[in-house]
Design a protein around this ligand. Structure first.
Ligand SMILES: C[S@@+](CC[C@H](N)C(=O)[O-])C[C@H]1O[C@@H](n2cnc3c(N)ncnc32)[C@H](O)[C@@H]1O
Length: 270
């Protein structure tokens, strides 16, 4: 790692590496693990939240492939963890083309794992910040991989709560050049299920652990998440806790919603 050409800032916790630790990955450093263990104390179900988020990514991607989508723009990809989005899409549609984007140098360092595409399809990685959507859309790797005259699904899983600034404008900018029939899919942190300021295991306590390390996380209500889909056609059942999204066969108690505390939704550009 010491020969890495990028500065990984291993002395401070990074959201991508804490998330990797929650998922049982090996790509974290001491500062990440200390922060992640504190997070586990404050919100004991955070591992379950992370795993359920990966399940939602798979579920939403399968849904999109079922709708005929063969092109994906996945922003805030994270450190590769199997199955990655392209593996999910290409399992049933090998011709699928995926552009991955993240701003964390460790994701860049591991990007090779994202570039192992089925020969019929293609994958690319762009190191960029979601706060600058124009630079993502202008990336040569994107132009070489995606045909914007055909539908694209923009996948923003567990990303936007980390992004400062006008995130609604970011989403509008990303969706604007896309063809009708394109989709937006996202998951997003919420404190809607917390019981109040002093909730002993509420999501707000987890977010404080991040804030204490300079990682600002902005939770959003169901209505605030729904606003991202203004002008799009929300796929039924709309904004839902991720484990309930089109998962009719799986009946979890309502108490489970608080353990997950992530909303998910998919919308179609008409
Ligand atoms: C919680 S992980 C989610 C990973 C993956 N999307 C998933 O749902 O499993 C959040 C990812 O967003 C990335 N991220 C955070 N802020 C970002 C930004 N401004 N631009 C690009 N990526 C960002 C982090 O580096 C991290 O990899």
């Amino acid at each position: 790692m010491s020969e890495s050409p990028v500065d990984l800032r291993t002395d401070v916790a990074h959201s991508a590496r804490m998330y990797d630790y929650f998922l049982g990955g090996k790509d974290s450093y001491e500062a990440d693990r200390v922060a992640a263990e504190q997070a586990l104390q404050q919100f004991p179900s955070v591992r379950l939240t992370a795993r359920t988020n990966r399940d939602f990514m798979r579920h939403a991607t399968d849904y999109l492939v079922g709708q005929g989508i063969r092109q994906f723009l996945d922003i805030g990809t994270g450190i590769p963890t199997s199955p990655n989005l392209h593996e999910v899409a290409q399992a049933s549609a090998p011709e699928s083309r995926i552009v991955y984007v993240d701003n964390d140098p460790l994701v860049l360092a591991h990007a090779r794992a994202l570039l192992v595409s089925a020969p019929e399809g293609s994958t690319a990685y762009v190191q960029a910040d979601a706060g600058d959507p124009a630079s993502i859309l202008a990336a040569p790797e994107l132009a070489a991989t995606l045909d914007l005259s055909k539908p694209v699904a923009v996948s923003l899983m567990a990303l936007l709560h980390f992004v400062p600034g006008d995130v609604y404008d970011i989403v509008r900018t990303l969706m604007a050049p896309l063809a009708p029939g394109s989709y937006l899919a996202m998951s997003h942190v919420t404190t809607d299920f917390d019981d109040g300021d002093h909730d002993p295991d509420g999501m707000a306590r987890l977010l404080q652990v991040y804030a204490d390390r300079g990682i600002a996380v902005r939770p959003r209500t169901r209505a605030e998440v729904a606003r991202f889909f203004d002008g799009l056609e929300l796929v039924s059942p709309g904004v839902e806790v991720i484990h309930r999204w089109r998962n009719e066969g799986i009946d979890r108690p309502r108490s489970y919603d608080k353990q997950i505390s992530l909303y998910g939704a998919v919308g179609r550009k008409v």
